[in-house]
Write a protein that binds this ligand. Structure first.
Ligand SMILES: [Zn+2]
Length: 257
């Protein structure tokens, strides 16, 4: 069993025309599978197409990213919910709130997130949450929509120890990107070091966030997941093979792959 990149954007312009070479480099690096996420309806439809082309390698997820909130209409929400029922779609997301970039007004982000949570609550697929500096609103909205104890992952977690513990208390997970390899990420490294092994999942968030030692290289790509895995193996004092097996097993189980 190889690694699984639980969060990438293969449909983004930086990556979408290079899919074959990206998959070849995944073969060489031992990356078995990739979950690719679409951030609006067109992008999520492309993600589903990628998954149909490579059913043994690529799985799709989709939702309206908080950055897209200003463009969302009722018709688009209905169409997204229909796409969620496609068998290639393994998770609903990424959705949530981003008060750091704030590319859309906060109240618009909250209303789009709430509408998606209503539709997601009727389905049994896991949620992938994008949350930047917005835990105080995101957590109660998930609880209000009945997601306590349901499968929810806060991807690319960069919050505090307190926030990580709070998510754990609600029965939710976090996943780790290349940010954990950055020298300044000392608190995040402590969180990753003691994070429950049976819940640990990793991702690249390609084309962003290239990990050390390829930090700064653009675009990031799923083959670079080996660096995140190797770093975590060192941090936790386990073998590389052990991290590969554990995180891949956790990811398969969480997303029912
Ligand atoms: Zn993403």
């Amino acid at each position: 069993m190889g690694l699984i990149d639980s969060h990438a954007h293969l449909t983004f312009p930086e990556l979408r025309d290079r899919l074959d070479e990206i998959l070849t480099r995944c073969d060489a690096a031992g990356i078995d599978r990739i979950i690719t996420l679409g951030i609006n309806l067109d992008d999520a439809s492309s993600a589903v197409q990628f998954a149909r082309l490579h059913p043994d390698r690529i799985h799709a997820a989709g939702a309206f990213h908080p950055h897209e909130a200003e463009k969302v209409t009722d018709d688009l929400l209905t169409a997204m919910a229909e796409l969620w029922d496609d068998p290639c779609v393994v998770a609903l997301g990424e959705m949530g709130l981003d008060y750091y970039h704030e590319f859309a007004a906060q109240n618009t982000q909250r209303s789009v997130f709430a509408r998606q949570l209503e539709l997601a609550a009727l389905r049994s697929k896991p949620l992938i949450i994008h949350c930047r500096e917005a835990f105080a609103d995101t957590i109660p909205m998930l609880v209000e929509h009945g997601f306590e104890g349901r499968p929810v992952v806060f991807h690319c977690f960069t919050g505090s120890t307190t926030e990580a513990l709070s998510l754990e208390e609600h029965g939710w997970r976090i996943s780790f990107t290349g940010v954990v390899t950055f020298p300044k990420s000392t608190e995040l490294q402590q969180i990753a070091k003691s994070y429950p092994y049976e819940a640990l999942m990793i991702e690249t968030d390609s084309p962003y966030l290239s990990p050390v030692p390829v930090r700064g290289r653009q675009p990031n790509e799923p083959a670079h997941l080996v660096h995140v895995a190797r770093f975590l193996a060192g941090l936790r004092g386990v073998s590389y093979e052990d991290i590969v097996e554990q995180t891949a097993g956790n990811t398969r189980q969480f997303f029912d792959l």
